[in-house]
Design a protein around this ligand. Structure first.
Ligand code: AMP
Length: 472
């Protein structure tokens, strides 16, 4: 299948050749004919599947074929998307594909002065890419009119819902003529999005590429059970072990993201944060530095990282486990793109085990566990019970000593029952056995690290034997 087989016109084929796309991706094969025939679409597709081109190319082709000799350009296509980064990327794609079809695009989003955006709009645009809040502001100021919009795209609708934009989206839609083609894309289909789709789409064709709620097959997933206090050191070890050139690290909060950047920088690993507290220009700079390979680690919160499109990203690390299985899938979707392998590594503190449970339930698989020098050892105590009991911190405040296991963990009595679970109060022997059990399960175990761990145990075990002999 080629783009020509999909009836794409020559001037757009020229742009596609410049973009270097050899053949359409599965979502493009499915969606382009539907959209060229002006039908509504409900698309379940994750970022990274080529979904932007799947809607941008047919919109531009239809606009080009319908274009009239008018004095002024008017907004005929509106793309609503949740984040500034995503908006900028969609804008870049539209600009690229529209090179030879005389369609002008503009992008507007909040957090920056509106002056430049006003200037771009004043020149007249055919395609407007916007985040909902800034668009409403400009509409209320009379700067933007949507009364000639005949193509509407809601991109990452589930994320707009998560971010509380759905009310704004509904308000915006009230200003758009009902005579239009509507495209709704969402990686997941929560109830609210199903409802929205019923009210704004007319007899939509459903297109689903990566089945909703399923992880991406090409991505290798792994779990490192580790205490929170050891996560940074483990991350540093993994960066060096895997010789990571670029890794996207997810954190729960802006504050901890900043702190991790400081710690990584101190350890001579170049890192920058990307989160909502950063100015737009700082975020764009951080993203550009990362894309150009000038920084090794981009430390992101979920909202800021949404839809970030970085080619050839091989590693995603969940420093903090995400709150939902769906977010886990989204985070993983940053890697393993364009047919490349990707690794999604999750660092799981004992307090995060219930999150891990939920994620595994959601993706319907157990994520392979990796043996490593700071491993917390598996036991048979149910997660909920032990999490409740572990009110005291399980580790000492001792400084991290690379590749040295932490034996300052205090024994803790917990009854053994059915489910596999990790418990920190194992004897050294059990700990080694557990590691042996864990190691073969995963091909990701950093072999050197495990070897170093074992050799670090040697003197201790020899000492124990000597003691035993002395007692005899
Ligand atoms: P998206 O899912 O829209 O975020 O696209 C992910 C990446 O795939 C972007 O970098 C696109 O430039 C790229 N892409 C889109 N369509 C194709 C294609 N047919 N062949 C190769 N790469 C593509």
């Amino acid at each position: 299948m080629t783009f020509r087989d999909l009836n794409i016109i020559d001037p757009i084929l020229k742009s596609i050749a410049i973009a270097g796309y050899k053949e359409p991706t599965p979502i493009q094969v499915e969606a382009i004919p539907v959209l060229l025939s002006k039908k509504d679409i409900l698309g379940s597709a994750q970022t990274g599947t080529g979904k932007t081109a799947a809607f941008a190319i047919p919109i531009l082709q239809n606009l080009f074929l319908e274009q009239k000799e008018t004095l002024r350009r008017t907004t005929k296509a509106l793309i609503l998307t949740p984040t500034r980064e995503l908006a900028s990327q969609i804008y870049e794609n539209f600009t690229l594909y529209a090179k030879f079809v005389n369609q002008r695009s503009a992008v507007i989003y909040g957090g920056v002065s509106q002056k430049k955006q006003e200037e771009a709009l004043a020149k007249g645009v055919d395609v407007l890419i916007a985040t909902p809040g800034r668009l409403l502001d400009l509409m209320y100021q009379g700067i933007i009119k949507l009364n000639e919009v005949s193509y509407l795209v809601l991109d990452e609708a589930d994320r707009m819902l998560d971010m509380g934009f759905i009310k704004d989206v509904n308000k915006i839609i009230e200003f758009i003529p009902t005579q239009r083609q509507t495209m709704l894309f969402s990686a997941t289909m929560p109830k609210e999005i199903e409802m929205l789709s019923k009210t704004i789409l007319k007899d939509p064709i459903r297109v689903s590429i990566v089945p909703v709620n399923q992880t991406i097959d090409v991505i290798e997933q792994s779990i490192y059970h580790v205490n929170k206090t050891k996560k940074t050191q483990l991350l540093l070890d993994l960066i060096s072990e895997y010789k990571m050139k670029s890794v996207l690290v997810f954190m729960r909060t802006k504050h901890t993201a900043n702190r991790l950047v400081t710690e990584l920088t101190k350890a001579n690993v170049s890192a920058e944060p990307i989160h909502g507290n950063k100015s737009q220009s700082a975020r764009e700079r951080a993203l550009l530095n990362f894309k150009k390979g000038r920084t090794t680690v981009l430390v992101a919160t979920d909202i800021a990282a949404r839809g970030i499109d970085i080619e050839a990203l091989s590693f995603v690390v969940n420093y903090d486990l995400p709150e939902t299985g769906e977010t886990y899938i989204h985070r993983m979707g940053r890697t393993g793109r364009a047919g490349l392998d990707g690794k999604a590594i999750s660092l799981c503190d004992p307090k995060e085990r219930s999150l891990l449970n939920d994620i595994e339930k959601h993706i319907k698989m157990e994520i392979p566990v990796v043996a490593h020098p700071y491993a917390i050892v598996l036991d048979n105590t149910p997660k909920s019970e032990s999490t409740k009991k572990s009110s005291k911190p399980q580790t000492s405040n001792k400084q991290f000593n690379s590749l040295k296991p932490d034996y300052s963990i205090k024994p803790r009595k917990t009854p053994s029952t059915k489910k596999p679970y990790i418990n920190e109060d194992k004897t050294e022997k059990n700990e080694m056995n557990s590691l042996k059990n864990l190691a073969p399960k995963s091909k990701f175990a950093p072999a050197k690290a495990v070897a170093a761990y074992k050799s670090a145990q040697q003197p201790k075990r020899n000492q124990n034997n000597k003691n035993r002999r002395a007692v005899k």
